[in-house]
Design a binder for this molecule. Structure first.
Ligand SMILES: C[S@@+](CC[C@H](N)C(=O)[O-])C[C@H]1O[C@@H](n2cnc3c(N)ncnc32)[C@H](O)[C@@H]1O
Length: 216
């Protein structure tokens, strides 16, 4: 309980210091984490899988992932912020399910657009605040998602509800162009590959979780 409060406080500090990359006022809820991991939870067969989490922050979604990992699975995490990386390392050292899978997990501290993986992944689970980024960075990051996925693999990412329609309605000039361009990029991927969208009302703020499958 105390460490959960400490993690929330650390998240809020990063929200104030690095708004663009932190992108949220509080860590995600367990309802959002459950949706983000629903395809991993429903996996078929006994073959080990490779899982990549991008932007784990203090680890609310990681918490759901570690509970679902089985022996032989590989779990990589890519996180930019060194304060979040320290928190994640401490959790792998000390918390039940995290500690159980610690030898299967590797934390990489760098921007995901620079990350090169040994092999592609069955599941890519991303918490990046794409609506905060320059449009060309969103293009590059979403291309990275698909580069890192195996054919047939599933990408799950969340976005806060109605952010782009509202920003498009109330902004002008360069900001409106930026948001429209991000909208076009994300819509293009969703039109091509979306499997399902979940509405998560029990989160601050409420969010959509998008699930996409890379073409085989
Ligand atoms: C909205 S927070 C989500 C944190 C956590 N997944 C959650 O749901 O509470 C976004 C996270 O992405 C990280 N991040 C932002 N840009 C990144 C990038 N280019 N590469 C890797 N991580 C990034 C931030 O440091 C932060 O931890």
């Amino acid at each position: 309980m105390f460490s959960a409060l400490k993690n929330q406080a650390a998240f809020f500090r990063q929200f104030r210091q690095r708004f663009e990359t932190t992108g949220a006022i509080a860590p995600s809820s367990r309802f959002l984490a459950r949706s983000m991991t629903s395809f991993l939870a429903a996996r078929n067969g006994a073959t080990p899988v490779r899982v990549l989490e991008i932007g784990p922050g203090t680890g609310p979604v990681t918490e759901a992932i570690v509970k679902l990992l089985r022996p032989g699975d590989v779990f990589d995490l890519v996180e930019l912020n060194e304060e979040f990386v320290s928190i994640l390392k401490a959790r792998f050292d000390s918390e039940g399910d995290w500690h159980r899978v610690r030898t299967q997990a590797t934390i990489h501290q760098l921007p995901v657009q620079d990350f090169v993986a040994a092999e592609p992944y069955h599941f890519v689970i991303s918490g990046l605040p794409l609506n905060n980024f320059p449009a060309d960075l969103v293009t590059s990051i979403t291309e990275t998602y698909f580069r890192l996925l195996k054919p047939g693999g599933v990408l799950s990412y969340f976005e806060y509800m109605y952010v782009r329609p509202v920003r498009k309605a109330i902004t002008h000039g360069a900001e409106r162009v930026r948001i429209s361009s991000i909208d076009q990029t994300l819509r293009g991927h969703c039109d091509r590959c979306r499997i399902r969208r979940d509405n998560i009302w029990l989160n601050v703020p409420p969010a959509w979780v998008q699930h996409l499958r890379k073409e085989s």
